[in-house]
Structures are given as C-alpha cells and as structure tokens.
Design a protein around this ligand. Structure first.
Ligand SMILES: Cc1cc2nc3c(=O)[nH]c(=O)nc-3n(C[C@H](O)[C@H](O)[C@H](O)COP(=O)(O)OP(=O)(O)OC[C@H]3O[C@@H](n4cnc5c(N)ncnc54)[C@H](O)[C@@H]3O)c2cc1C
Length: 589
C-alpha cells in the first residue's frame, strides 16, 4: 500500500484540537491563513507527497547518490531533480519565508504539516529543501542587509539550496574543537580552510548553487565554543566564479541513501561573516532550533508511513485463528489483526503518532505566536514553550519514529525484513534521526541543563500551569486522573533534579534521558485527554463521523492504559541516581 497523507487526522489536530484556524489568521501578517487556504494547500501538498515524492522513495534508496571524483560532483537518484523542481516551483520552499524576500509569509505551522507529509513520502528527498530552512533562518536573524539581499531570494525560491557545515572529523557534539579557519582578506571577505564531514546536500545536482553556512574560527579566536564564528560560503560567487569549496566524497550509510552526505573541503574558499565575530554559536542555534523541530517531524513522518504499511499488512495477512474463536470461518485462517499482540504493536504506533502529532503541531503553533503575536507577553509565553518543547519534540519523536518503524517491521514478520516491503527502509532511514542535529542524549542534556533553569524555571512553570488550568477548566475530561498522576511524577522528578542535579552535574546527566521521556509521555497524555474530550464533544453534538471520533476515544484509552504507565518506571530510574552508572570503573566495563 502506498502512502496516503492522513489529512483528516492532521485537520483534527490543527483545527479541532488546537484552534489553528482561529489563532493563525489572527496573527499580524498571517491573515491569509484561513481554513479554506490551509485546506487547499494541504490537499496540494498531499498530492505532491503521494504522487511525486513517495514513488521515488524505494528507487532512491536502491540507487543512492553517485560521486564523480573527476568533477567532484554528485548525482542524486533518478527522478529527484524533477521532483525537487516541482516542489520548489510549486512554492513549497517559499511557504513560510518572509514576503519581502519572495516568500509567501504563511505560518510556520503550515510548513510543519507539509514537512510531515514530505518526510513520510521520501525522507531523503525532503532533506534537500529541509536544510535550506535553517540557512534562511540564520540569515534572516544574523545576516547583513547585503547578505540577505544577495542570498535570501534564491534560497527561498529553491533555485539555490543551503547547507549547515558544523561537523569535522574529530568533533561532532563538541563544536568548540573545530579547526576550520577563516582568514580575513583585504576586501572584507574571509578565506575559509578546513574539512567538514557528513554535510547533508554539500554537493548535489538539484540546484544551480549551494550556499554553505560554515562554522570556523578567526585567527584571534578564543578557545572553545566562544571562539566560533559563522560564515557564508557559496559554491559559485555572484560573478559565476567557482569557489574553492569541493566535495571530497560521499559517505556509505545505513539509510537515507538518496540524501548526499558529503565530505566538504574548503580550500581557502571565499566567505563572508554572518553576525558578529566569535558569536557564531548563537547563529548556529537559530539554524539548529528550526532544524531540530524539522527532525522531530522526520520521526513522526516515518512512523506514519510505517504504520500505514504495517496496518495494511495486518488486515491482509492470514495466520492462525483468533484466541476468541474463528472470526472468518470460511477462510483458511483469520487476519493477524485479530491477535492481541499484533494490536499491541499497531496501537503503540497509532497512539504515539497521533499524540506526537498534537505535540509537534502545538509547538509549531507556539513558534508562530512567538514570532508574530502583537503583545510582547504573548510572544514571550509562546517562546518559553517552544524553547522547552523543542528538545522534547526532536528526541521523543525520533526515538518513537524508529521504535514505531521497528514495531511495524516486527508485526510483518519475515516479510518486513525483506526488500519486498518498504518497512525495512523505514527502519534504516529513521535510525539517523536520533543522531543528527545533536544526538537525543544531547537533547536531554539541553532540556535539563538549559531549558529547565531558563529564566528561573519560567518555562517549566508555565507548562505545569497550563496543565493545571486544563484540569480546572475541564474537571470531567476523559483520563484526567491519569494525566494528573503523570504530572505528579514529572513534578517529583523535576524537584529531584533541582535537589540533586544542581550540586552534582553527573546526577543531572544520569537523569536526563529518562527525564525527557517522562516529560514527553506526560505532555502527550495531556494532548490525548484533550483529543478525547474534543472527540466526545463531537459525538455528543451528533457528528456523523462516528468511527473517526470513537477511534480517538479508544486510542486515548490504550495510551493511558498501556503506554503512560512507563512514567512510573522512569521516575524510579531517575530517583535511582547516578551511582549504578558511575561506580563501575572504566577497566571493569
Ligand atoms: C547522515 C548524516 C547527516 C549529517 N548531516 C550533517 C550536516 O548536514 N551538517 C553537520 O554539520 N553535521 C551533520 N551530521 C553530523 C551529526 O550532526 C553528528 O553526527 C552529531 O551531531 C553527533 O556527533 P558525532 O557523530 O560526532 O558523535 P560524538 O560527538 O562523537 O558523540 C558520540 C556519543 O557520545 C555522546 N556524547 C558526546 N558528548 C556528550 C556529552 N557531553 N554528554 C553525554 N553524551 C555525550 C553522544 O550522545 C553520542 O552518543 C550528519 C551526520 C550523519 C550521520
């Protein structure tokens, strides 16, 4: 079964749960984001994902990208160039970009929904335009007017693409170690020299030019991460000269084989400073934050594709009889969807995807409010929520994207393991999402080390206040006691972190990953209660979509009964502290 965009589910979250059709058009500059326009765009996006991008997913995986050492060029899989052209010419690269540089100025949230469909359909292909968003955001925030005018219009139109060049052979997480150098030149430019590795889209044949955003150090740079600056280094200069930034080869990877992951050699390449000297880390975080949300959507998108594949299989494959007695006695066996263990795997996917979708879209909506709301207070509140939830969206949705794909494969038995089905590719493709843009372990450290304490814990207090208010406003909401129980555990874990993690940073490090998961499961429980409440209202009002809304009620029940109890063991794990991790010596490991 090929991918079908889950438009009804997406609309349910955007409109019925989050009131996006009220909130978004009320934001200054977003007046066009009416429900009618958003629906029309989603329908078009679904067609592109289903009919143009998804059919290239398997072939792109099999063919991969090819490197030509003679010309140092890269050929992307057959069909990618034409599909990318269609994607950019239809305005998808420009969707949420500012109107003054040729963008459509639509809300970021709409981009999020499009991104989900693209990632379900063809993650490798979707990464080429995906990385450009980060470059655009960094330029908007930190570029000079001249840099903006030179680069933004073509990046936004999709004629050019952007890269993020951070990683070097000896440094991935710890960017303070980078060795790439930028030497000031008499004309105000810089000569950038060094080797970057694993650069997504560093070289490709989809766009006329590639604009690299490169972290490098100036000659007088202080040591560590405080000495990093950001440079823009185009493949071709504005006069058409080929710059000395070359691809030195491609990685051979486990997954996302249609995405070119390049070694990039900068050989005194001409570049220009973006933002202030030694302040590159700030600009990098602008790139990374938008990229982190996008990577979370990659997890969600792949999980959805895996769910659709395994659901179709479970409804078709016949093995054994139902434990409750034959369901279809005239057939040789019942479909495997009757078996409780198969349902366990299906529902884990369904409940996590739909709950995760609510979490991701909520965060995107907050991002729009943070950027565009009229009052400073509203903007600050929304920004707090975005800061807090970004590492959670990235880590939880990518962990779950992989787990869901894995469950989907398991559900399909030996068929899932073969290349006759797309699910083995989903497992391979989803694996990297837990690693890049900062590993999920680093996301957890970001949450406990930076986000919890930010502005005296303001963001986390606001999060708890939002959940408490929901309980007060809806005392009869479905599963409210389950949510309250999870919130109490999360608060206990937060208190434990404050008491133990501030004086002993290893305690915080040991608790970080289970804490992030506890946080995510609690947040998703809140959204499931709200989704069940919304569904209940719709049924009470006599909606004819009875199955659709009842499915929401049943899935909420499954989530609370079978997934949320993990929060109990996570709290126990957190409170067990660091000793069992740290007492064993390196020699004993
Ligand atoms: C397919 C692919 C595409 C990529 N695309 C890009 C790109 O476009 N641009 C780019 O710049 N980079 C890119 N990367 C690099 C990617 O962002 C890094 O792999 C990632 O940041 C992790 O760095 P690392 O692999 O060097 O791991 P390391 O930093 O070596 O980490 C190894 C392990 O140690 C853990 N660890 C490290 N430090 C700490 C700490 N302080 N506390 C706790 N645990 C720690 C990590 O979580 C990890 O588990 C890409 C990588 C791949 C594989």
């Amino acid at each position: 079964m090929s991918y079908q965009a889950p438009l009804r589910d997406m609309q349910f979250v955007l409109y019925e749960l989050l009131n996006g059709d009220q909130i978004l058009p009320a934001l200054p500059g977003c007046e066009d984001a009416t429900r009618e326009i958003m629906d029309a765009m989603l329908t078009e996006g679904a067609k592109l994902a289903e009919n143009v991008m998804a059919p290239l997913n398997t072939s792109g995986d099999r063919e991969g990208c090819q490197y030509d050492p003679e010309t140092k060029s890269v050929k992307t899989p057959t069909g990618f160039k034409e599909a990318y052209k269609q994607f950019s010419e239809n305005g998808w690269t420009a969707l949420a970009a500012p109107v003054e540089y040729g963008g459509q100025g639509l809300p970021h949230t709409l981009n999020t929904l499009a991104e989900e469909m693209v990632c379900s359909a063809n993650l490798s292909l979707g990464m080429y335009p995906g990385l450009t968003h980060g470059a655009v955001n960094a330029l908007i925030s930190y570029g000079s007017d001249e840099l903006k005018e030179t680069y933004l219009p073509k990046l936004i139109s999709g004629e050019w693409s952007g890269t993020m060049c951070l990683t070097e052979p000896h440094c991935g997480t710890d960017l303070g170690l980078i060795r790439t150098k930028a030497d000031p030149q008499a004309d105000g430019s810089y000569a950038v020299s060094g080797t970057k590795i694993w650069i997504t889209g560093g070289e490709q044949d989809l766009t006329d030019n590639i604009i690299h955003l490169v972290l490098a150090k100036l000659p007088d740079a202080p040591g560590g991460s405080k000495g990093i600056s950001l440079f823009i280094v185009p493949k071709f200069l504005t006069d058409g000269t080929r710059n000395t930034a070359f691809c030195g080869g491609l990685e051979h990877k486990m997954g996302i084989k249609g995405s070119a992951t390049c070694v990039m050699n900068f050989e005194g390449a001409k570049g220009w400073l973006v933002g202030e000297p030694h302040k590159g880390l700030q600009a990098m975080f602008v790139m990374m934050n938008s990229a982190r949300l996008m990577v979370g959507l990659q997890g969600l998108g792949i999980a959805e594709a895996a769910y659709q594949t395994s659901l179709g299989f479970a409804k078709d494959r016949r093995q054994s009889r139902s434990l409750a007695g034959p369901q279809e006695p005239d057939q040789s066996a019942d479909c495997i969807i009757v078996h409780p263990d198969v349902r366990r795997m299906l529902l884990r996917q369904k409940a996590t995807i739909e709950g995760g979708r609510a979490l991701a879209y909520f965060t995107s909506l907050q991002l729009d409010v943070a950027h565009k709301a009229e009052s400073a207070e509203e903007r600050e509140q929304a920004d707090d929520m975005v800061q807090l939830l970004t590492p959670i969206v990235k880590a939880f949705l990518t962990d779950e994207g992989f787990f869901c794909a894995n469950d989907g494969l398991q559900l399909m038995g030996g068929n899932g393991f073969t290349q006759d089905w797309p699910i083995e590719q989903y497992v391979r493709d989803s694996r990297i999402t837990r690693i890049y843009e900062g590993t999920n372990g680093i996301q957890a450290l970001d949450l406990v080390g930076r986000k919890l304490g930010h502005a005296g814990g303001r963001a986390v207090k606001r999060f708890f206040a939002m959940l408490e208010q929901y309980g007060k406003d809806n005392p009869d909401a479905p599963h409210l006691d389950d949510v309250k129980g999870a919130v109490a555990r999360l608060q206990k874990a937060t208190m434990w972190l404050m008491q133990n993690g501030m004086t002993d940073r290893e305690q915080a490090g040991a608790a970080a990953t289970p804490y992030l998961r506890l946080f995510a499961l609690t947040a998703v429980a809140y959204f499931w209660s709200r989704m069940a409440l919304t569904a209940q209202h719709a049924l009470n009002e006599g909606s004819t979509e009875v199955d659709f809304y009842q499915a929401k009620l049943h899935t909420a029940h499954f989530y609370m009964a079978k997934l949320l109890p993990q929060t109990e063991s996570l709290l126990t794990e957190i409170e067990a502290g660091k000793d069992s991790l740290m007492e064993i010596t390196v020699a004993q490991l």
